[in-house]
Design a protein around this ligand. Sequence first.
Ligand code: 13P
Ligand code: SF4
Length: 302
Amino acid sequence: MNLAEKIVKLKKEKNAIILAHNYQRPEIQDIADYVGDSIELSRKAMEEEKAEIIVFAAVDFMAESAVILNPDKKVLLPSLGARCPMAQMLTVDEIKRCKALYPNLPLVLYVNTLAAAKAYCDICCTSANAVEVIESINAETVLFGPDHNLAEYVQEKTGKTIIPIPERGFCPTHLLFQPEEVHVLRMQYPDAVVMVHPECTAEMRNVADFVGSTSQMCRFAKESNAKTFIVATEEGLLHRLRKENPQKRFVLAYEGAVCPNMKLNTLERLYMALKEEKHVVTVPEPIASKARRALERMFELK
Ligand code: 13P
Ligand code: SF4
């Protein structure tokens, strides 16, 4: 029996499910019960009733959201080191400083934040619904963190004034994409459609035909008549795109676009995590209740 087969067997014995983000290694995506973007995975975790264990193949803040939304389940993160550096960029001290500076402004936080930060916000959003969340708020100026590229994108789309906190939070992986490389690829594939994640820079959004979350890209690629797609997001998504659209071509807009944090989860670590029921993710009270309110407000919108 190979490792993947052992995991599937163990998963059944322990009444566990595996939720995997679109950036996970292909071999993890292939054995997962569900593969999705951050909002889809949170929703799955929230609605899961039967399983006793959720193995969350992703990074820290996503697993924390699962615990917050479904506190009765044991949530395991295969690698303890799988932490999102963007989430670490927004500290509670920075939030307190900004709230003191702008006491009357609502605070919207991207789900790519730690639970301790979420506890201070009015509502959360993901890259799939950030525009709708900001539109739903009864204010023309909003504090938003931690991704300043997403903040800028939302400002463009809604016409509201978005104050980014911290001033320049970013995703190191999405910052790697450059429009010059897209121009070169467009010469090679003149009919290609360019899909860009909103964590990329404004220069990248300017060369995009479509801007959206990872799962929105999957839907767009499936419905589009185009045959070739240039993709500006973490390379893991290309596995899913190719699997779902075998007749279409997907080209990564920058070969080195890898999130090392997401890739810390391996089949070996996943197997050990399930076998030894580690690393159990916990979120203490009252942080969990406060963060839950912010996440639930986001789900109530749709
Ligand atoms: P998605 O919600 O689009 O999956 O994005 C999550 C993320 O971490 C992007 O870097
Ligand atoms: Fe965080 Fe960027 Fe990795 Fe997404 S791709 S988990 S935002 S570091």
